[in-house]
Design a protein around this ligand. Structure first.
Ligand code: KG4
Ligand code: ZN
Length: 392
């Protein structure tokens, strides 16, 4: 099965083409085309992702990225064709809400042949709703133009499945997954522990009661006068502090560490950093120690709650997903602790290029959903949903 996948939930616009074979127990994926454009440089001056700017950029970049992904997959054949007037007017109507996309889409539609793909997968949530809508409308228009089935994908399921994928001989393979799978999903918008009890069926084990962990990283970065996105910058500074041996001692709180739930809270930690910087005379060269203590506090809480959740769920596999799982210190803590305390549980942390948002992960989830014939029967009913949740 060939899946064309589209991701626009946040500040990455991405289109991929995967060739998938196998079934739920053993599936193999070849990445035929993979095109991605990050908007990070544009959002940097706002100090965060600005939803309407994200929407405008997605609209501008989707058609060129689609062409690039199809071209790489050798599926782009040009042939001037007359669009049926009825189809043309349906497409124009569908894309009325996406003025930045409509014109480029209609000229693409008049020039490109129908590619040999079997399904179109698109992220329908969670994420920034204006940004999600562009991808959803684009996917609906393609589905109408090519008469291909449309599959709605939960972005977080994409993160989990990409973490389960093993790379071998230029392919991705998902097999021998021992259920239940516990997933710690940590990104700019999410911090949750989700359990996949049966394949693609989830329950919520714990979640943040306030800020997401990526959000806390980004806010602390701002306090330390580091550029957006703050996570990698805080991480770099903290690693510097670790390499220099022990520094001045600051103690930051570990919120909810000993509460008997698997829920998190990061707002208090963020405020504690604010007060620490305000009330103590920390010279600029010692600020790296604040970054280190913040990261240590985050890793302590994430580990303790995950460990509690492993116990409660009886999970046989643990996956880390979402942008924050690119963090060196968190990866190190989890690898060491799992080896020492849970050697019987398989740990999967995706390689860095799969931890940040991309369309390959949406294609993986799209394949499994299409296999189950979990397709959108009436595209008119598909909506983008910013708060879409994985667990019922
Ligand atoms: O999953 P993602 O790419 O987008 C969302 O769906 O939110 O996650 C982005 C978040 C940002 O908050 C960013 O600062 C954080 O992931 N992040 C990191 C690192 N790399 C990205 N946080 C800590 N350490 C990193 N190395
Ligand atoms: Zn994400």
């Amino acid at each position: 099965m060939r899946v064309l996948s589209i991701e626009t939930s946040c500040d990455e616009t991405a289109v991929a083409v995967l060739d998938a074979e196998g079934d739920e127990r053993d599936a193999k994926f070849r990445i035929l085309g993979n095109a991605l454009l990050s908007q990070i440089d544009l959002h940097r001056e706002y100090g965060g992702v600005f939803p309407h700017l994200a929407k405008r950029e997605h609209a501008k970049n989707l058609v060129p990225l689609l062409e690039a992904a199809l071209e790489e997959a050798e599926l782009l054949r040009e042939d001037t064709q007359e669009l049926e007037p009825e189809l043309q007017s349906k497409l124009a109507k569908l894309l009325e809400r996406e003025p930045g996309l409509s014109e480029a889409f209609l000229s693409f539609a008049a020039e490109a042949e129908i590619p040999a793909i079997d399904a179109i997968a698109v992220t329908s949530g969670p994420g920034l709703e204006p940004a999600l809508w562009v991808g959803v409308n684009f996917a609906k228009a393609l589905s109408l133009l090519w008469n291909k089935p449309l599959v709605a994908v939960n972005h977080m399921e994409g993160h989990i499945l990409s973490a389960l994928a093993q790379e071998a001989d230029g392919t991705l393979r998902i097999r021998n997954v021992s259920l239940p799978v516990l997933a710690l999903l940590i990104s700019g918008g999410h911090t949750e522990l989700v359990c996949m009890d049966e394949w693609l069926s989830y329950s919520l084990v714990g979640e943040t009661r306030d800020d997401a962990v990526g959000e806390a990283f980004d806010k602390v970065a701002r306090m330390l006068e580091l550029p957006y996105p703050g996570g990698p910058e805080v991480s770099k500074l903290a690693e510097e502090a670790r390499q220099g041996g022990p520094g001045p001692a600051f103690a930051l709180p570990r919120p909810m560490l000993n509460s008997d739930t698997c829920d998190f809270s990061f707002a208090g930690l963020k405020t504690a950093v604010l007060y620490l910087l305000k009330n103590s005379d920390i010279p600029p060269h010692d600020r790296k120690h604040v970054a280190r203590e913040f990261e240590d506090a985050v890793a302590d809480v994430l580990w303790k709650k995950t460990s509690r959740a492993l116990e409660a769920s009886g999970a046989n596999t643990l996956v880390l997903g979402g942008g924050v799982s690119a963090n060196t210190h968190i990866r190190r803590v989890f690898s060491e602790k799992m080896r020492e305390e849970w050697p019987q549980v398989a740990l999967h942390i995706p390689k860095a290029s799969l931890t940040t948002d991309n369309a390959v992960m949406i294609g993986l989830a799209g394949f499994y959903r299409a296999l189950r014939e979990d397709v959108v029967n009436d595209p008119d009913t598909l909506t983008a949903k910013g708060t879409l949740s994985l667990a019922k």
